[in-house]
Design a protein around this ligand. Sequence first.
Ligand code: PLP
Length: 383
Amino acid sequence: MLRAYLDNNASAPVRAEVAAAMAPFLHENFGNASSVHQRGQAARAALEQARSQVATLIGARPAEIVFTSGGTESDNLAVWGPLADSRPGHVITSAIEHHAVLFPFQELEKRGWRVTWLPVNAQGRIDPGDVRRALTPATALISVMMANNETGVIQPIAPIGTIARAAGVTFHVDAVQAAGKIPIVVEDLNCDLLSLSGHKLHAPQGIGALYLRRGTTLRPMFFGGRHERERRAGTENIPGIVGFGEAARLAAAELESSAERLATLRDRLETRILDAIPEAVVVGAGPRTPNTTNICFAEVDGEALVISLDLQGFCVSAGAACSSGAVDASHVLLAMGLSPARARSCLRFSLGKQNTEAEVAALLEVLPGLVARLRELSPSWRH
Ligand code: PLP
């Protein structure tokens, strides 16, 4: 019994229009885009159309789009690609990046690079001044996310881009959680590289793209065929790419109306929770993506609340998904100054195109009771 899926930042369902656009490429148009025959050429045409659609979503040229297997590969290519031929120097990133950026930077550190980990304030925002102060003549790369996956907080990317460009330092932006939710115009951001992922904007999992500004060179991570202008070897995932193209086209066409609807629904969800539940506090202030809210429930074990909600048919998330089974306090919330105990009491609600008022209302029927019950179990809650 699924009553509401409110975990769209983890993965959003494939839209019907996207599935319909993909279907022919799973059946009759199954060709390899490198083949010279008709089937191959049909795949090639679809690939190039999708490239244009994805480029349009972010104001890029089609030739600047490299298709990848997802956000993680795009992030890794953006970090390793520009540095592959350099001796260890200095790089800059933030303390709140997704693990797809955080872990490559930790790996760089192990290999002798000096890493500046930019802090965030209590609202979850980076100060562009910190980027300027961190720059050294040895700085080779700056990587900052556009919107945080856990809080939705939007970072001051354009001012950071101006600083990076003036210093002549390559600038990567992880826009996986921003694309399709807020406008992106790569020229305005002054970035050289920008990561996208299909399944965050209602395309399938396992397809992504890296924007590579004209003139930016990088060493590929894979060696094989001459796909993607020799920037990413491997037979293209045509059904996934076609789905991504269609999802990007729809997202671009609906950007304004969709953001308005989602923000209204998110704000309603937030207000109702804060009204109904004592000592519930929203984490992250200032500009946020329209679909995301992160709320702390004092003295509640977030993981236990996720499970209790799941049993009632509601899918939400307590911070970043953890594959190891261990529940670590979120590095994002810790960087914002929350104590580990407080960070463990937070839940992320992330909405998608499919969510409705009725689902929000249904959530509010059960959430206050579940929070109260878990608080009863907490020795430190005032009984
Ligand atoms: N970057 C951010 C900000 C994300 O939220 C995610 C996924 O949650 C990724 C990168 C990784 O993307 P993918 O799941 O497509 O590998």
